[in-house]
Design a protein around this ligand. Structure first.
Ligand SMILES: [Zn+2]
Length: 215
């Protein structure tokens, strides 16, 4: 049985004034996830019917629906809320926390995104940048692509003259399995427009992102 679920999490568009959050554009097949999780449990030698595991498939289905809720949302909805403003200096939001899921292992990676852009007559409400990160991260992802997607959206839909996105994350597929390197941090960046073509603009935005750090 497919259920229509609502994973609002408070996306603040005008249409959400009832507090219900965004309407999903498609549904998640919870029953199908539950069957698959039972299969995995059986395949690793567990008994899916023992007491402690009975509710697990349904729980995992709800969890996946939440973690992948970005698949059913269009991040451009938030970019559509831009407003006209004569401001032509860098706008920067640092330390936007996010959780995502690495598409190679289906294990979480989490960290912070820093987004700077140089407006071209239109600016975005600061919380909308966080919404953007939220939608793009709640999908099966690789960090490199997520970084590029955020930057491309700001160039294509906001028309920013320059965009700088830096993402720093810890990947549990590196820390709890495989090479097991706890504490390792993966840093990716995407520079567009003037932040790509102009060395001093790039230096300025990077100093805004990293300048406060000592050592
Ligand atoms: Zn991975």
């Amino acid at each position: 049985m497919a259920k229509t679920r609502d994973f609002g999490g408070g996306c603040g568009s005008a249409a959400d004034d009832d507090g219900a959050g965004p309407r999903p554009v498609a549904t998640v097949d919870h029953a199908r996830i539950e069957r698959a999780v039972r299969e995995i449990l059986a395949a690793v030698g567990e008994d899916p019917d023992r007491e402690g595991l009975q509710e697990t498939p349904a729980r995992v289905a709800r969890m996946y629906a939440e973690m992948f809720s970005g698949l059913r949302q269009d991040p451009r909805v938030h970019l559509g809320k831009a407003f006209t403003e004569k401001y032509d200096e860098i706008v920067l939001v640092r330390d936007i926390a996010f959780n995502s899921v690495c598409e190679h292992h289906l294990l979480p990676f989490m960290g912070h995104a820093h987004i700077g852009y140089l407006p071209n007559g239109r600016v975005l409400g600061l919380s909308k940048l966080a919404r953007l990160v939220e939608v793009v991260s709640h999908r099966p992802q690789v960090q490199e692509r997520m970084t590029e997607q955020i930057a491309d959206l700001l160039v294509d839909d906001l028309g920013a003259k320059g965009v700088a996105v830096v993402v720093e994350a810890t990947h549990t597929c590196m820390t709890i399995r495989g090479v097991r390197k706890p504490g390792s941090m993966c840093v990716t960046s995407a520079m567009k427009g003037v932040f790509r073509s102009n060395v001093s603009s790039r230096a300025e935005v990077l100093s805004l992102i990293f300048g406060h750090r000592s050592g």
